[in-house]
Design a protein around this ligand. Sequence first.
Ligand code: ADP
Length: 489
Amino acid sequence: MSEFILVLDEGTTSTRAMVFDHAGKLHHVAQRELEQHYPKPGWVEHDASEIWDKTLACAREVTEQAGGAHRIACIGITNQRETVVAWDKATGEPLCRAIVWQDRRTAGFCEDLRAAGHEADVQRRTGLLLDPYFSGTKMRWMLDNEPAVRAAADKGTLAFGTIESWLIYKLSGGAHVSDASNASRTLLLALDGAQFDTGLCELFGVSGAALPEVVDSSGKLAMAKAEWLGAEVPVTGLAGDQQAATVGQACLSPGETKSTYGTGAFVLTNKGSEIPRSTNRLLGTVLYQIDGQRTYALEGSVFVAGSLIQWLRDSLGIVEVASQTEELARSIPDTGGVMIVPALSGLGAPHWQAEARGVINGLSFSTGKAELARAALEAMAHQTHDLAMAFAADGAPWETLRIDGGMSANNWMAQDLADMLDLTVERPEFVETTALGTAMLAAAGAGIYADLNEAAATLRGDLQSFTPAMESDVREGRLAAWKKALIAA
Ligand code: ADP
């Protein structure tokens, strides 16, 4: 009996392989760091061959620990989204470095398209905004600036893909597919279109022939060749990391919402089969696709979350480790009027002000480390509150909020979120929700469970709840002070 599910979790800074059993228990993990290349300010690149080599090494390591490939029922892949790989179908080798999601080199092209009046139509069709973050303009940049990519396009051997697409190509020895959740981050997929859109490809100047086939996020998607793990293993789950975390938090019904607090914060609300249309600068995205049917989500991302705590630690030296912010916050009754707007790299949703910069308001001689640490944690609830307002205005109010990510370990922050949002906040005991959600998609896709609901019900672990306990005048006072500070950012 193949009792294990192998999850490949392709992060931005590392690649991991994890082995889960059918009950969602994690048995084995292998991890390798990925080299980050910064050739110019604002440019971020990865070596796609390194990603493949390290993924394979991690997968082989945990497969061996699990007792061999015959004990692995299926593979699920989750990945850093929007990062683009260009490779040659004739050789199976990358044609240039991968352009990473954080890369800003196509800002000018996005600006030109915006100035030409394309944003409203692009947003209506794709759910996205004209921002270098998304994959389409990165592909166009490669075609214009990498001669090997252009030559392969001319010969008809060019393949573009996001990271899950690249890994499937390598694992299967030639399948060129992308799951709908990743495809929906390219600007080239209409939210209601089964395959990449000819009109959008023309607008962005990307040749459709180089794009993968858009497939489901769960099901029999590809077969990993026997030479990699020792036996053939089917790939049955695929999803972008934030979508996978949403599944891992079992947000499978409309309205259910998760927020991941890592370096940045990502909130997704399940919208069911309804195509999300935001008038508040949130993104519409595919949550997953099963049997050709899409489930959508509304998404809001905040650029600075845990990275603010890193800044307190590394640049200001206020704490030695991030978790100390919790005891500092608890050591005082309030911040004494100190308010931080963490716009250190601009403001994301719903403000989208790339030029905004951070603000610390209300300093006095009684301001010390504790006040700053507490104000930094409070800023997470303030930023999340702004998103909550935008989601509600877009017709997707939250009933509870399910949190995860490294920063969610902070109990003070979790309680403050519940207090400021006036909502129950739930945190799973097992916080690796991205990997768990991928395991759920893969298990359902392999037929281990009848469907995703059954997989989620079985694999999801215990939760801890935080219930609101703040007086409304305190909440109102903080929100008013936050609004005032935002104006200065
Ligand atoms: P990512 O996946 O984006 O690399 P993680 O989910 O691993 O991030 O979360 C790490 C971030 O969370 C770091 O920025 C760190 O500063 C912050 N962090 C981790 N633990 C705590 C804590 N107990 N309190 C506050 N911040 C924390």
